[in-house]
Each structure stands twice: as structure tokens, then as C-alpha cells.
Design a protein around this ligand. Structure first.
Ligand SMILES: [Fe+2]
Ligand SMILES: [Fe+2]
Length: 344
């Protein structure tokens, strides 16, 4: 297990935080009272207060909790510890496995840097949406406090993601420009007019990234810096995912039939686009590392790749099913977007 030595904040050492296993922390959040209930206002309030408490108990700092200058944690494009593990569909292709180790590591580093830049671009838009929601929360609202815990945590994530990008020295692009423009143009009204769709979008970004990072951690990550960043991220994202899910459980049942039908169409479209953006190797990676388009296609159209895409939104799909947003007639849309399950 990776340990981070010596930093102390508020009587809690970073070492102690690093020793906490990610899975145990995630389970702590998943076991919150009323987790399976479709939410009343009181249940939602209880959940959010518990999340607020956890936000204080388990938190990280992008610089204090990561030994960026430890020589053993430095990034080098030919470091074999950066070779992608089998959780990533790209790593399972014959093409990738036939490359020499230093080429595999070079692609591994670009892949991580690209994921993290896309990740913080997404988080930037997410933070703006959360700030907008916080503006209209009433005095005494537990959600007001959680929204700000989440904004602060996303800022820490952005700092650690960008620091890794800086230290990689790689020209990663981040979110495609067309999606950045679309988000700039539509976010402000989406959050205020249609907050349920906003939280579906939030889950569309956070759930696939969480799925990829958990899968990679389970398979074992060789490089301590990448491992540490992912461990911090999945720990804190468990709370964000829990908040978004409970928000939808509380709000969706009160929507009228037309709004619910619209959401049933929007959900697979938003989730499908977001899952692709978060998981499929982007075009700048293909160009920079010389990865043939056919290899990416092969990776994500093979059974394992399809299962990976579908599995990356499985928890969100299940939640939306529980609140009645996955009617039978919408199943072809889910399949069309590559995120249906075999039972649909
Ligand atoms: Fe994050
Ligand atoms: Fe998050």
C-alpha cells in the first residue's frame, strides 16, 4: 500500500489518510441510511448531513498529500510502471501488447494525462453548475454546505490533475472544443431550468471516470503517483456520486409526465456522449502516439470493450430505472448509444 509521509493538517496526518483503503471508504458512503429509498425531503436532508460529516473526516490536499518532488514519483515516458493494465480496453489489444515496453509506457503516460485533462475540464463545468445551484439554496440548507464541499474537492482534483499534466510535459488537449463550446453555451440554463438533467450529466461524467479508475486500481497500478491520484479521486467521488444519485431520487418522482418522458430520452444521449468522452482514447492521443483508429475501434467494439462501456454507467442506469426513467420504449436509445445492458 502506498503511504504518504509527514504532512499534518488539523491533527490528521496525510499518512493516516493514505492508509485508508479506497474500497472501505466507498462502502462507508454506500451504506448511508436510506440509500435504497426513493427520497423524501427528510431522507435527502439526513443523507446530505452525513455526507457533510464525511467530507470533513476524509479529505485531501492536492499538494500536501502527494509527494510530487519525490524522485521515485517522477514521470518519465519510458518508465515501465506506466504501462496500462488490463482494465483499459486499449491495453488488451494485440497491437498494444505487441509494442516494446517503452512504447507501451509512452502511450500509458499520454493516456493518463489525457484522462486527467478531460477530467478537470469536466470538473470546471461541474463546479460552475454547483455554484449556480448554491446561489438559490435557502439559509440553513445542508445541501448548500455539501455543494461547497464538492466544489472545494473538485478544485483539489483539478490542481492534482493539472499538476500531473504539467509534469508529463505532454500536449494533451482535454475535452474536444465542440463539447467545451456546447457546455459554455448551455450550462447556465440547464442548471437553473432543468437541474435533474444537469445531475444526469454529472453522473455521465463522474460514473465512467470512477469505473475506469476503480478497475485500474483493482488490477494494480505500478506508478505511485498515478495510483495515489486515483485513490484520492475515487474516495472523494464516492460522496459526489452519492449526492447526485440522492438528488435525482428526491426530484424525479415529483416531475410531470412530459418532463419525465423528455428526461428518459435525454438520459441515454447524455450518458452515451459522456461515457465515450471519458473512456475512449481521444484523437490527440491517437495522433501523438500513432495509435491506429482501427485499434481503438477494435478495443471498444470487442465484447470486453462493449461490456466496459455498458458497465461504466450501470449504477446510473439502475438508479434511473428505479425512478422510472428507463421505460421499455427507450431501450433502443440506450443500445444505440452503446450503454444498454443485455437485459434491455
Ligand atoms: Fe473530481
Ligand atoms: Fe466529483
Amino acid at each position: 500500500m502506498t503511504l504518504v509521509q509527514g504532512t499534518s493538517r488539523g491533527g490528521r496526518t496525510a499518512t493516516a489518510v493514505a492508509e485508508r483503503p479506497v474500497v472501505a471508504e466507498a462502502a462507508e458512503v454506500a451504506d448511508l441510511p436510506g440509500d435504497s429509498a426513493v427520497g423524501s425531503a427528510a431522507t435527502f436532508d439526513t443523507m446530505v448531513r452525513r455526507l457533510n460529516k464525511l467530507s470533513l473526516e476524509i479529505r485531501h490536499d492536492a499538494y500536501a498529500d502527494i509527494p510530487w518532488d519525490d524522485p521515485d514519483w517522477a514521470l518519465a515516458a519510458d518508465d515501465p510502471r506506466l504501462v496500462l493494465n488490463e482494465a483499459d480496453p486499449l491495453a488488451t489489444t494485440d497491437w498494444y501488447q505487441s509494442l516494446p515496453l517503452d512504447r507501451q509506457a509512452e502511450i500509458g503516460l499520454f493516456r493518463m494525462a489525457a484522462c486527467m485533462k478531460i477530467g478537470w475540464h469536466f470538473e470546471n463545468f461541474l463546479q460552475r453548475g454547483l455554484l449556480s445551484l448554491a446561489m438559490v439554496e435557502p439559509d440553513g440548507s445542508a445541501a448548500f454546505r455539501f455543494l461547497h464541499h464538492e466544489i472545494i474537492e473538485e478544485s483539489q482534483h483539478t490542481l492534482m490533475f493539472q499538476e500531473l499534466v504539467n509534469r508529463s510535459g505532454l500536449p494533451v488537449r482535454g475535452m474536444p472544443l465542440r463539447w467545451r463550446w456546447a457546455a459554455e453555451a448551455s450550462l447556465w440554463w440547464l442548471v437553473r431550468v432543468d437541474p435533474a438533467a444537469f445531475f444526469v450529466l454529472v453522473l455521465g461524467g463522474e460514473d465512467p471516470a470512477d469505473h475506469l479508475q476503480r478497475s485500474m486500481l483493482r488490477c494494480g497500478i505500478g506508478h505511485p503517483l498515478v495510483e495515489r491520484i486515483m485513490r484520492i479521486h475515487v474516495t472523494e467521488e464516492a460522496r459526489h456520486l452519492s449526492f447526485a444519485r440522492h438528488y435525482l431520487k428526491r426530484v424525479v418522482p415529483s416531475l410531470g409526465p412530459a418532463r419525465r418522458a423528455a428526461l428518459a430520452v435525454q438520459a441515454p444521449l447524455l450518458l452515451g456522449v459522456m461515457a465515450r468522452m471519458m473512456l475512449v482514447p481521444p484523437s490527440d492521443l491517437r495522433r501523438h502516439c500513432g495509435v491506429p483508429r482501427s485499434v481503438v475501434r477494435q478495443a471498444f467494439r470487442a465484447d470486453q470493450g462493449r461490456a466496459f462501456m455498458s458497465g461504466s454507467v450501470a449504477k446510473t442506469r439502475k438508479l434511473l430505472g428505479e425512478v422510472g426513467l428507463v421505460p421499455r420504449w427507450a431501450a433502443p436509445l440506450w443500445r444505440l448509444m452503446g450503454i444498454g445492458n443485455t437485459g434491455m
